[in-house]
Design a binder for this molecule. Structure first.
Ligand SMILES: NC(=O)c1ccc[n+]([C@@H]2O[C@H](COP(=O)([O-])OP(=O)(O)OC[C@H]3O[C@@H](n4cnc5c(N)ncnc54)[C@H](OP(=O)(O)O)[C@@H]3O)[C@@H](O)[C@H]2O)c1
Length: 321
């Protein structure tokens, strides 16, 4: 699927192209499941800039290694692998991928769990165990708790012993979040979530806010924190955060704010492999349950984008090549 220009979902169109043989350091991977992530929407609309057009989208897939170029270590043809990284171009049947971005998928983790959830799972992993360390007794607020990252974050934070407060756009999503570890879902489309967080924490506020919404929730997220609490702004699905005076963090209670990226936390291969294996272990132990999510044919990528952008999904979104 390629696009000639940024725009609405229907800029995505299907083309047929030869796939080149893998070059040095590359593996040719036949995809079985392709992940659709919110970051793809940001690239499609032009909020995140693509280097050139026509451009291919997609950062995540699971598949089987079909051939290896020179200078590849630790992989063999036939290996089941997954990746969650640039370069973009995962919305395709086959492609060459730098070998050091591939992780082997354990036999008891299925293609869907890996191919449509590795990027979200790695994100939840580093947010809980890298950006800060969530431990028993912590109180966290997870926005879009029934979303793709949200469902994994809620379950995993709960498993680590945290009390999880979550926001969701509808009652139905709130119930999905509740069934996935969220102790206190809040429907933030009708309720002031920061006031409710204060109530739920006896006025104290939460230790950490995981905010993937951006502009509309930023102030409320800061207002939900305890003194010296941590605001993790890891996405802007509803639009960017306006510039603000850093000194306000002082007045609000010596707050911390970070804007982290998965790509910093998985840049070094040992760290990528360790975090991916930790995510796979969380699936295998049952700490994190992966739902089927929303599945589309590769040629229907535009429909997948429409659903994700319209807040009509819960859990992962994927394409079948
Ligand atoms: N920094 C990183 O390393 C990193 C890595 C991966 C993902 N992310 C970010 O994490 C977030 C979640 O990604 P995801 O792929 O799993 O998506 P997702 O959470 O499944 O979908 C986005 C959700 O955001 C909520 N939302 C609120 N206002 C919205 C608006 N105006 N437009 C669209 N959605 C809105 C919706 O949930 P409700 O209807 O319940 O509000 C929607 O379902 C995204 O912001 C993504 O960019 C960041």
């Amino acid at each position: 699927m390629v696009m000639e220009r940024p725009g609405a979902p229907d800029v995505l169109r299907l083309v047929e192209r030869e796939v080149s043989a893998p070059g040095p350091g590359e593996a040719l991977v036949r995809h079985t499941v392709i992940g659709v992530n919110y970051i793809d929407v940001q690239y499609r609309t032009g909020r995140y800039l693509l280097p050139a057009y026509p451009a291919a989208l997609g950062m995540e897939a699971c598949g089987v290694v079909e051939a290896l170029g020179p200078d590849v270590a630790g992989l063999a043809s036939g290996d089941r692998v997954a990746y969650a990284c640039p370069p973009l171009g995962a919305y395709t049947g086959r492609r060459c991928v730098p070998w050091d971005r591939l992780v082997k998928v354990p036999a008891d983790v299925d293609d869907h769990a890996a191919g449509a959830n590795l990027l979200r799972g790695l994100t939840a992993q580093y947010l809980l165990k890298g950006t800060c360390t969530i431990t028993r007794g912590d109180r966290v607020l997870v926005h879009a708790a029934a979303g793709g990252v949200g469902l994994i974050l809620c379950q995993w934070a709960k498993h680590l012993g945290a009390t999880v407060i979550g926001t969701a756009g509808t009652d139905a999503k709130a119930e999905i979040a509740r069934a996935h570890g969220c102790d206190h879902p809040i429907v933030y489309t009708r309720e002031d979530f920061s006031a409710r967080v204060r109530e739920l924490t006896d006025g104290a506020g939460v230790d950490v806010v995981y905010d993937s919404i951006g502009g509309p929730t930023f102030e409320g997220s800061l207002a939900s924190l305890r003194p010296r609490g941590l605001m993790v702004s890891y996405g802007t699905a509803a639009g960017p955060i306006q510039p603000f005076d850093l000194f306000r963090l002082n007045n609000l209670g010596s707050l911390f704010v970070t804007s982290p990226s998965i790509f910093t936390y998985t840049k070094a291969r040992p760290e990528l492999v360790e975090r991916a294996n930790d995510f796979f272990a969380a699936i295998r132990s049952g700490a994190v349950r992966i739902e089927p999510g929303h599945r589309f044919a590769l040629a229907d990528a535009a429909r997948a984008h429409e659903a994700l952008q319209a807040r009509a999904t819960s859990g992962s979104v994927s394409l079948a090549p």
